[in-house]
Write a new protein. Structure first.
Length: 475
């Protein structure tokens, strides 16, 4: 081990290992630690002879091997494990040292930890890292927030380790407190929606058009050439659909159980959106779809009792027309998912006084991360108009919304007629229809609230707050 290392990394699951290899490849020396020593041995076996990665088998050894100010990156499971490591590290550190939480921590936990660290004289960074195993190794999108001075100590490392695009490194300081982890949470919420929308499009082709996995993959391949549809998620879906199980020779996707799992960031997005009063139905329905998918026994039971088995036959010409509408519908629904997430960022930035750099957030999502898509080029352009609160208000997208709304309606209509659930497509359509409605039936809701609870209401023909005695006596 050299006299002093540039960075310590704690937590050597695949993401942690790959990130360590990435950072070492850029010339930095690292000391690494994992509670299970075998993980440390695995990393040492993977590194090249030139990689300056050195093991530590206790935290005192790890801290003692670092240059000052010490910089420690935690890549451990969110929640209690983070707090446990912090309790062990704090007595070993000195004022001015930097702690980076690179996991998927809840932003409120990050804000609490940042305040505790500040009282002890440490700098704390809550840093979202997106890109999965491949991104961690070759360049992820890095979303740091917390103490600005702490970020300046690790900025050079982060900028070199991040994915590189024509617009620069996919890393940017996002703001104080929990800003970085908040942006990562919203990123994951949008990710939930895009995954669900692609799955719903797949379901329509599989069940309605009777297409096999490679035929669907071919459609996705064509869509992936489009400026508005190209994405990493579509790209990997093509590979998944073409993959045959080596043992059975069946397409593996047909053998995978349809009970989806989740780690909680999507659920957090929904919960926090409600707290901030931001409607995100496309994302919410994707979260609900995963929860509902897990209730397999109930689904099987009810399918046998109430499910219609009939679907409308499609001619070849009708199938091609439907696929065109489906492509347009997927684009608009995906745009609505981004619209919901960015509106969350806009509102939270105001509420928390974060001053989130929305243009740069779109920029750093363009490479390395799971959300990467060419559509972000247009989103970045739209966000340069700082007067806009929502993407769908931008002239960049208004024409598309006007032109392609009928396609989204058609997709949802066909799905409903054929009893194919499209929760996120329907959420996107309902949201878009609501945002573009100058009047909603909530006037009746206000009247109902005033009737049973004297909650009052406003009128459209005069100023003031009103209450009506709707009948002589409440019984």
């Amino acid at each position: 081990m050299p006299e002093k290392n540039d960075l310590a990394l704690i937590g050597l699951a695949v993401m942690g290992q790959n990130l360590a290899l990435n950072i070492a490849r850029h010339g930095y020396s690292l000391v690494v630690f994992n509670r299970t020593p075998s993980k440390t041995h695995d990393l040492l076996a993977r590194k090249s002879p030139n990689d300056k990665i050195f093991p530590a088998y206790d935290l005192s050894e790890l801290v003692g091997s670092l240059k000052k100010p010490r910089k420690i990156l935690l890549m451990v499971k969110a929640g209690q494990p983070v707090d446990e490591f912090l309790l062990q590290l704090y007595p070993l550190l000195e004022k001015g040292d930097v702690i980076i939480d690179g996991g998927n921590s809840h932003f409120l936990d990050t804000e609490r930890r940042a305040q505790e660290a500040e009282k002890a004289g440490f700098y704390y960074l809550g840093t979202g890292i997106s890109g999965g195993e491949e991104g961690a190794l070759h360049g992820p999108s890095i979303m740091p927030g917390g103490h600005r001075t702490g970020y300046e100590f690790v900025q050079e490392i982060f900028l070199k380790a991040a994915a590189q695009t024509e617009d620069g490194p996919c890393c940017f300081y996002l703001g104080p407190g929990g800003a970085g982890h908040f942006v990562k949470m919203v990123h994951n919420g949008i990710e939930y929606a895009l995954m669900e929308l692609i799955a719903e499009a797949y379901d329509l082709m599989r069940k309605l058009l009777k297409m096999d996995p490679p035929a669907i993959a071919e459609v996705f391949k064509q869509w992936n050439q489009h400026e508005n549809l190209n994405s990493f998620l579509l790209e990997i879906s093509i590979k998944v659909l073409n993959y045959r199980d080596p043992e059975t020779n069946f397409y593996l996707v047909d053998l995978i159980d349809d009970r989806a799992e989740q780690k909680g960031t999507g659920k957090w997005t929904s919960q926090v959106a409600l707290d901030f009063g931001v409607p995100i139905p496309t994302i919410n329905q994707a979260v609900v779809a995963r929860i509902l998918s897990a209730r397999k026994a109930n689904r099987v039971k009810l399918a046998a009792k109430i499910r219609s088995k009939n679907s409308l036959p499609f001619s070849e010409r009708e199938s091609q027309q439907f696929l065109t509408a489906l492509a347009d519908g997927l684009y608009l629904a995906s745009l609505m998912a981004f619209n919901e997430g960015i509106q969350m960022l806009f509102v939270a930035s105001q509420e928390k006084n974060w001053n989130l750099p929305l243009v740069d957030i779109a920029r750093i999502w363009k490479g390395g991360c799971i959300l990467r898509t060419r559509l972000l080029n247009r989103i970045q352009l739209a966000l340069k108009n700082s007067a806009l609160e929502m993407l769908i208000e931008s002239p960049e997208f208004i024409h598309d919304l006007q032109k392609k709304l009928s396609s989204l309606c058609h997709v949802v209509k066909i799905g409903m007629e054929n009893h194919i659930p499209l929760p996120s497509f329907q959420g996107a359509l309902s949201s878009l229809e609501s945002w573009s409605s100058s009047s909603l039936p909530t006037n009746l809701i206000q009247a109902q609230r005033d009737f049973f609870g004297a909650h009052t209401y406003r009128r459209i023909d005069r100023e003031g707050i009103f209450h009506t005695q709707w009948e002589g006596e409440w019984l």
